[in-house]
Design a protein around this ligand. Structure first.
Ligand code: 6PG
Length: 289
């Protein structure tokens, strides 16, 4: 068999450009979903070939919803050996699975009932339980049972799907929450001030222990925050910026609208400097004089 070029762009076709290492730009949100589905298929075969299982944590949000629709389509559904896929969640809202707000509920409607995955292979976070702390502990126990550990003792997913919130959150790790960086927990239940309720989320060390994490980012409203995350200049660092996977591969798959500021800078300066925010900040005080 002819060996494939291992470079990330090999799987994605001519319309996808790698603008920075691990940062791939597609034309629009539809292409992001399609390219993500191709990666999902490719990485599922790799993991199953190697470990007999594909352990994935899913996220909520609009872009994964489109990915699930593509994976459930006639074209894609038969490309994955669903009996060997184990699905987990990166985060969950404190609502029952029937709620429109439920990340599990969305995945169930768009994917789980449309592909031949055994019911026992989908492990939802029971964040609606009155004792959400206990439910988080139960989820940690489940991860301990199902996943291998890395050298630091954290569970190692084959793939974690992530989104990027407009203020730099990912999973349910929001900026300004205590304990985002330093934690030995695998699953936490932060009180998210913006929404006034708790959520359940995988913690930063678990995200960083994965073999792969793939951020799906689309839409013009993400342009500022994507630039900031790629620049890595926010201080204190944004949760999304801290997901670097030291022993794995981070892929950011975005559309042109989300990458607009980065693309503009590369077009104007020939490279990405990440200095736009610093420049803007320096200019502000000057304008007061
Ligand atoms: C959630 C998510 C969250 C999401 C981002 C981006 O439950 O809301 O897991 O972290 O991924 O908010 O969401 P969009 O893709 O919809 O912009």
């Amino acid at each position: 068999m002819k060996s494939e070029e291992p470079k990330a762009v090999s799987a994605v076709g001519p319309t996808t450009r790698e603008i920075l290492p691990g940062v791939l730009v597609c034309a629009d949100a539809d292409s992001v979903a399609r390219v993500a589905a191709r990666y999902f298929v490719e990485w599922a075969w790799q993991a199953i070939g190697q470990d007999g299982r594909f352990n994935v944590a899913l996220s909520g949000g609009h872009t994964p919803q489109m990915l699930f629709q593509v994976l459930a389509s006639q074209e894609f559904r038969s490309q994955v050996d669903w009996g060997r896929v184990e699905l987990f969640w990166g985060d969950e809202r404190a609502v029952p699975p029937e709620s429109n707000e439920s990340n599990y509920g969305m995945a169930r409607r768009e994917l789980l009932i449309r592909v031949p995955i055994p019911g026992g292979n989908a492990h939802r976070m029971e964040a609606e339980k009155p004792n959400i702390g206990r439910a988080a502990q139960d989820y940690e126990d489940l991860l301990r049972e199902k996943l291998p550990l890395d050298s630091r003792g954290f569970p190692r997913f084959h793939l974690i799907l992530l989104g990027l919130g407009p203020e730099g959150h990912t999973a349910s790790l929001f900026p300004g929450l205590r304990g985002t960086r330093e934690t030995s927990r695998w699953v936490s239940t932060p009180l998210v001030p913006k929404i006034g309720s708790r959520r359940m989320t995988l913690t930063l060390p678990v995200l960083n222990a994965a073999h792969r994490a793939m951020f799906l980012v689309s839409g013009a409203e993400k342009a500022e925050i994507l630039y900031t995350v790629l620049a890595g200049t926010a201080d204190p660092p944004l949760p999304a910026q801290l997901v670097t996977l030291p022993d794995g591969q981070r892929t950011i798959l975005c559309d042109e609208a989300a990458a607009k500021l980065v693309l503009e800078e590369i077009a104007a300066k020939g490279q990405f400097t990440g200095k736009r925010d610093a420049g803007a900040a320096r200019q502000k005080p000057k304008s007061k004089h």
